[in-house]
Design a protein around this ligand. Sequence first.
Ligand code: ADP
Length: 635
Amino acid sequence: MTNKSNKRTLKQDYLIISRAIKLINTSTPHLLLHINIFSFCYAATYVASNYITAAIIDELVGNRDIKKLIILISCYSLEIIFRILRDKSWRKVRSFHIIANKWEEMLLNEKNFSMDYKNMENSKIKAMRQTITDSSGDTARFSGLVGRLVTFFNAFWRGILAFGVSLEMFFMHSDRILSGFQKFIDSPLATLLFFVIIAALTFFDYKANGKYSHLIADNMKKCSYSGRLLHYYLNDYLDDSKTGKDVRIFSQQKLVNYSSDIFYNEWKNHKNDWFSNEKKKGMWHNGFWVAMTALTYLYVAIKVYIGSFGLGSFVKYQWCVSKIASATFLFAMAIADLRANNDFLELFFEYLDIPTDMHYGTIPTEKRMDNKYDIEFHNVSFKYPNTDKYAIKNLNLKFKVGDRIAVVGMNGSGKTTMIKLLCRLYDPTEGYITLNGIDIQKYDYEDYLKLFSVVFQDFKLFSFSVGENVAASVDYDEEKVWSSLEKAGMLERVKAMPKGLKTPVYKDFEEDGVEISGGEAQKLAIARALYKDAAFVILDEPTASLDPIAEHEIYSRFNDMVKDKTAVYISHRLSSCRFCDRILVFDNGQLIQDGSHETLLENPNGKYSELWNAQAQYYAENKPLNPSSLKSNKT
Ligand code: ADP
């Protein structure tokens, strides 16, 4: 995270903190009030007990009035009220502190769900998300804010109360007749001067502390960077059995040793600087602190000596002055820390404020039993954000109900992009798409998405139960899940699992979870697509890692399952989609051919014939491979 704390004004920092507090209040109401009650009671407990102790000492060395002493001692019991209030508020503060990180992740998740998909893929936004999740721990983020607010208000109330008590010093004078230096010490002017010197010493302590803290933070950052690189070489890289192969085959040991030596030395140097700055910081702080304490003892002792106040007050004022100094120091540090923590909060809010640009329409989609949904692309062109190249160019295309459509073409020809536009993960840069004659942007977004069931190439299953994975929901219709599993060819496998539909997929969280093969995962993903029972089903190369014949089998079986729905199959392997009535050939973002397998092959110079002839040799049964065509085939 870049250090922006120096660039923000005090007002900007204040606005960020107050927004954060408002947000926290939605989860833990009145947090600031609780912090203040806690801090006030905490400070009051100590100031009051010190005050009473001083009064008791004064009474013991003075009049020794038993009644007064009993009253003073019983005053201690009042402390219990402060303690009860203090602990009650602290529990509230603490409970937020504990949930803070999880609560924050939930906020991020909500944002991720509602974010335009184009932003999910945007590299700058991805980097923002990474930085937010990387800045973890109790010392940053919202939990850091709360911790720092506690320090801030603790210091504030302790300082104010201690200052309030020590103001008495201005009004306490000796009964004796004094002259010269003693008279000056007894005067309010000397007390004022004393406070000014204490304030100056505290200020210098704060400045020195700030200077070294910055240097230490810088050393730590550098240390962590070289430490991460070192860790990568020593642990991640060498430890990984997969890299172990590369290390041996390419004799990478020397390279690794050389690089890790460099990073180790760098890391050691930064660590030395870090400790040397820690030492200097400690020396300055101790020096200022001893000077201030000595001065306070001296001043207050002289006041007692000349009779300005009694022995009890010596204890009280010495304590109060040292508390004012430490509180001022902590107060200033807390402000600096709060402002530094705003780097995170600012980024977090920037992320939450990323606008949702997709046009969210309001028209509900028609619910049709006959699945009569016609979709048409009207001269659609599309460029990905921050790119100049068209991924789709002038696409005119109509999907009719019940169509079986194959979309083929080389990698990068625009097949997946066309599906993303169809499912409104992106909106066209030019042109528009209609559903039953109405621009799809006018439909309610969530309602529109219900029309599609897509199995993407990089589909994800969760470490939840099989049933929840298939239904994509906690509540599901068991019969429908079984029937989808049966159609997807996973019935027997799931039946044999220890807990049936309730069996967790993968062993991430549960001992009795099942590890499944790539092919089984695909079947579960297909079962999920079937369970959704959407009008359009799309397979976007989820089987790319399988061999062409296995892919062809899965595609054809899927075709039998989807019956009256409109089905779109994407593959860069033409054989997988041969059964489709209609084949769309994409090349360089453009739809260049549209027809059945047979009609497309009639054009020997067309892209389809070129691809078909090049690929056919790989999987045509009993046909020898032609080495020259292997070289030319890039798909
Ligand atoms: P296909 O599915 O045919 O392999 P795609 O539709 O995925 O091709 O990609 C079409 C073009 O768009 C390619 O040039 C690809 O590099 C580019 N592209 C795909 N996704 C993105 C993205 N998120 N950002 C920028 N360019 C992309």
